[in-house]
Write a protein that binds this ligand. Structure first.
Ligand SMILES: Nc1ncnc2c1ncn2[C@@H]1O[C@H](COP(=O)(O)OP(=O)(O)OP(=O)(O)O)[C@@H](O)[C@H]1O
Ligand SMILES: [Mg+2]
Length: 319
């Protein structure tokens, strides 16, 4: 499979507001490739650098250093051509509220150089795709947040891009529009479109993406299929709060359980890495019971992308 996007050591520094403020390094040298025909996910928490990365790939921001090729074209040197090959659906909606959905799409289509019958055919096709053909005449200001998002997706598809960049497309979206967006993403991909999908919802990355790069503080900390990433952390985690006096005894005994890989004491809690979360849970609670140790809190994290993130960073994806 050939690569449609190749990113190497991409860096973005934002200048501080005043000379006294240091530069903010939002993206700290990321490298990855997106294969033709795949849905590639960028999964990371608030401020991880997802929008900054996508904005560089969409030629809205100039990289501070590093290189990127899109459809064989250099992002910086050939940005006018690159723009023809990419469709961007930004995190912040960009639509004219008083214009109808159709007129918005006609406006954006003209920016892409579409005219006449070709423009109208394309507008109709995208309206059908996002399921809003029957509302096309209504002003955008009468739409729900989710419907606006779907029209924004339509706008990104008008010029038949090779790759669609979707920046957190389901944030603030009702469940019905959310499902619609998932189905659109899957259908477009089946029909051959390559997609870069950013999200901080691990369920979405797991469901939609063929491969996922986990990004935190401007760096990619893991990149693989959701399955391989999940399998990389054998068996889930347990966070257990118990009254202080019994913690040492519990740690000592629990270390002997075969299902437990590692136990650490962090902020008065026990962080337990397991080979099998459910089996370990039974063992740990039995020991707590024997020691007559009072359990004050308990959280079990089955292996999934959230747990991978937790394991790699010590933080939750969402607060
Ligand atoms: N225009 C800007 N000027 C200065 N700093 C910025 C600017 N835009 C973003 N940043 C900073 O760069 C870092 C990365 O921001 P970015 O918007 O790329 O993150 P994100 O992963 O998209 O987050 P979110 O999930 O909240 O959308 C953050 O620390 C942010 O505060
Ligand atoms: Mg963002």
């Amino acid at each position: 499979m050939s690569n449609l996007v190749e990113v190497k050591d991409l860096v973005k520094k934002y200048r501080g507001a005043s000379p006294r403020d240091g530069d903010q390094v939002a993206v700290k040298g990321v490298s990855f490739a997106i294969r033709q025909g795949e849905i590639f996910g960028l999964l990371g928490p608030n401020g991880a650098g997802k929008t900054t990365t996508i904005s560089m790939l969409a030629c809205l921001l100039t990289p501070t250093s590093g290189t990127a090729m899109v459809s064989g074209l250099d992002l910086v040197k050939q940005s006018d051509q690159v723009k023809q090959h990419i469709g961007l659906v930004p995190q912040d909606l960009a639509l004219y509220p008083t214009l109808s959905a159709r007129d918005n799409l006609i406006f954006f289509g003209r920016i892409y150089g579409l005219r006449g019958k070709a423009l109208h055919a394309r507008v109709n096709w995208t309206l059908e795709l996002v399921g809003l053909a029957d509302r096309a005449k209504d002003a955008i200001q009468t739409y729900s947040g989710g419907m606006k998002r779907r029209i924004n997706i339509a706008a990104g598809l008008l010029h038949k891009p090779d790759i669609l960049f979707l920046d957190e497309p389901t944030v603030g979206v009702d469940p019905q529009s959310r499902n619609h967006i998932f189905e659109n993403v899957e259908r477009l991909n089946r029909e051959g479109l390559t997609i870069l999908y950013t999200t901080h919802y691990m369920e979405e990355a797991e469901r939609l993406c063929h491969r996922v790069a986990i990004i935190d503080q401007g760096q990619i900390i893991a990149l693989d299929t959701p399955k391989a990433l999940t399998e990389s952390i054998s068996g889930g985690m347990i966070h257990l709060g118990i009254v202080d006096g019994k913690a040492d005894a519990l740690v000592e005994q629990a270390r002997r359980l075969q299902t437990i890989e590692e136990i650490r004491r962090v902020d008065g809690k026990l962080e337990i890495q397991t080979h099998h979360a459910q089996q370990a849970l039974i063992g740990v609670l039995e020991i707590a019971n024997q020691l007559d140790a009072k359990v004050t809190s308990l959280e079990v994290f089955e292996p999934n992308l959230e747990t991978v993130f937790l394991r790699l960073t010590g933080k939750r994806l969402r607060d």
